[in-house]
Design a protein around this ligand. Structure first.
Ligand SMILES: Cc1cc2nc3c(=O)[nH]c(=O)nc-3n(C[C@H](O)[C@H](O)[C@H](O)COP(=O)(O)OP(=O)(O)OC[C@H]3O[C@@H](n4cnc5c(N)ncnc54)[C@H](O)[C@@H]3O)c2cc1C
Length: 567
């Protein structure tokens, strides 16, 4: 049986950084369902936050100020000790990436360039034009290859094996050969990314469906704060492709059909650079109240970059210009970009501590699939790339320091039992069923975007729950059209759908329970934050009836007492 001391699942920034941190001392394997450089990290545009004080306007910046902005941005739900750890690590991490060869954009004096981003007191977002994820991921990938990390590309993890409170590894489907392979590990680390595609309108790649989060949950690891889903304010209508916050960081305006920069009414100081939860609600309100523009692809608001001028757009936002031309036929040098909010980021995830350890022995998680929690109820732009690399590093350090790490041996019997269960599942999915998984997924994502969006109500959430329960039932009768296991992406999708349904269930139930409005979770029927009742994390565990059982966990408050958020 294939076995590693440490098995990493995920070839994005988190997984690669963890692998680089461990491979000198341990036998490390890295599994990814796509070639690592196709992970969603590659698509990150705007930048990574670190208080480097390179921008003339950010000379007074510090990790303390970065921590405060992060905590305030989180609507006080972030664990403040964890946010502090991340922000202290930010500058060293960015310099480490620079020394490993990452080509950041530069100021004329040669220092790493920084731009303003939403919810930040200073311009602290380091970038490489609008392809920051691309340069970071390639830098880490090159390093992982140079260090000889054993990589298994296009290996799809079908299940996580947890037995008697201990993790023993995973069961993999080799997408190319169709073989089902148990992979044992003393320690398993998930960097499996977010669940964006549980929603119909999402900036995320099609591969981001949260199967890692779902399989951790069904195997017995609890999830945290799943009701907090980030909707990005500026996504191209029709495709929901992201128009980076860097557009507004560079000075872009948001304009309604009256020609107003409407953010003036909502956030007079921060304007377009208020945090994402707030800007998304403002845009949605403008649209709902009839101040949007009409288009066959939907009602929209304008993101106007024209006043930045051709030179700046070509230099700082070339990718945005190309995407606008290719996908909607608009050149932002000449015309405003039509945008509206769409799902973007998963604040919630696998419940872990600041060393990425879950409550299950030998099971760790980091990056977007995890919830440490550093983002609380709303993540600031630029803090996610930071989280992936910081916690990839800190997770690898915590694993290396775990006294059990070299002693833990996977239990082969437990793994073979999991493999048998997956084999039975695949056989069932490959026998004729009345329900097509892709259609069920389309129904799921449609109801999530419609009823579990920027604004939520009990009534709509209950309707979503009802629909979800119905789809879960119908899934039992799902079957794929080809029984072949060779390159059968329909089969892969069918397996992932089960996990997506579980992820969606925890989101909807968390949202129903949380009778307040905090950060990205806005209830029209409970439209204020309620610190007395709800300054707490929700923890979802798979209950015996197949539904999530929700409990609560305290928020770590160290320096900053919750205040009203004003921008
Ligand atoms: C369009 C876009 C732009 C963004 N821009 C920014 C930005 O400018 N700044 C910022 O801070 N954040 C940004 N973000 C967010 C940030 O990019 C992500 O949160 C971050 O890159 C996630 O990294 P990760 O390592 O956690 O996961 P990912 O990069 O998503 O990687 C997940 C990995 O897990 C593997 N995987 C998943 N499931 C399985 C399975 N079942 N079996 C095997 N392998 C599996 C995948 O193959 C992949 O390798 C952006 C996000 C998007 C979508």
């Amino acid at each position: 049986m294939i076995s590693h001391d440490i098995l990493i699942v995920g070839g994005g920034l988190t997984g690669l950084r963890a692998a680089v941190g461990l491979c000198d001392r341990f036998n490390v394997g890295l599994v990814s369902k796509v070639y690592p450089t196709r992970s969603h990290s590659i698509a990150a545009q705007g930048g990574i936050n670190a208080p480097l004080t390179n921008n003339p306007d950010s000379r007074d910046d510090s990790w303390e100020k970065h921590t405060f902005d992060t905590v305030k941005g989180s609507d006080y739900l972030a664990d403040q000790d964890a946010a502090e750890i991340m922000c202290r690590e930010a500058a060293p991490i960015v310099y480490e990436m620079e020394h490993w060869g990452c080509p950041f954009s530069r100021f004329p004096d040669g220092t790493i360039a920084q731009r303003p981003f939403g919810g930040a007191g200073y311009p602290r977002t380091c970038y490489s034009a609008d392809i920051t994820g691309h340069v970071l991921l390639n830098t880490l990938y090159e390093r992982a290859v140079a260090k000889g990390v054993k990589i298994y590309p296009e290996w799809f993890v079908t299940a996580l094996c947890i037995d008697e409170g201990r993790c023993h590894g995973v069961v993999v489907l080799d997408i190319r050969t169709g073989e089902l392979i148990p992979v044992g590990a003393g320690t398993t680390f998930f960097g499996t990314g977010g669940y964006g595609r549980v929603f119909q309108h999402s900036t995320n790649a099609l591969i981001n469906n949260g199967s890692g989060i779902g399989m951790a949950y069904t195997a017995g690891a609890p999830l945290k704060d799943m009701e907090f889903v980030q909707f990005h304010p500026t996504c191209l209508i029709g495709t929901s492709i992201l128009m980076t916050e860097g557009c507004r960081g560079e000075g872009g305006y948001l304009v309604n059909n009256k020609g107003e920069r409407f953010m003036q009414r909502y956030a007079p100081k921060a304007m377009e650079l208020a945090p994402r939860d707030i800007v998304s609600r403002c845009i949605q309100t403008e649209i709902n109240e009839g101040r949007g523009f009409e288009h066959p692809l939907g009602t929209y608001i304008q993101l106007d970059l024209r006043h930045l001028g051709e030179k700046k757009i070509l230099e700082r936002l070339p990718g945005i210009r190309n995407i606008s031309i290719d996908f909607i036929g608009i050149d932002p040098i000449l015309d405003p970009i039509p945008i509206r909010p769409a799902q973007h980021y998963s604040m919630g995830g696998i419940d872990v501590n600041s060393g990425c350890a879950s409550e299950v022995a030998g099971f760790y998680a980091g990056g977007e699939c995890s919830c440490v929690s550093v983002h609380g109820a709303n993540r600031l732009g630029g803090n996610s790339l930071l989280e992936t690399i910081v916690f990839g590093k800190l997770g690898s350090q915590a694993i290396a320091e775990d006294p059990e790490v070299s002693k833990r041996r996977p239990d082969e019997r437990a793994l073979l039992k999991t493999k048998d269960a997956v084999e039975a599942k695949l056989r069932k999915l490959a026998s004729p069923g009345r329900e097509r998984p892709a259609l069920l997924q389309a129904e799921l994502s449609a109801v999530m975007s419609e009823k579990v969006g920027v604004f939520r109500t009990r009534e709509e959430l209950e309707q979503a729950l009802q629909k979800l329960t119905e789809i879960k039932k119908r899934y039992r009768d799902a079957g794929v059209s080809s029984t072949s296991r060779h390159m059968n992406y329909e089969l892969v999708g069918a397996v992932e759908l089960e996990y997506m349904l579980e992820v969606a269930h925890t989101i909807v139930l968390g949202a129903l329970l949380r009778e307040e409005s905090r950060g990205s979770h806005f209830r029209l029927d409970f439209n204020a934050r309620n610190d007395k009742g709800w300054l707490k994390h929700t923890i979802a565990r798979l209950g015996p009836d197949g539904a999530p059982a929700i409990s609560f966990k305290e928020v770590a408050i160290t320096r900053y007492q919750p205040m009203e958020r004003k921008y």
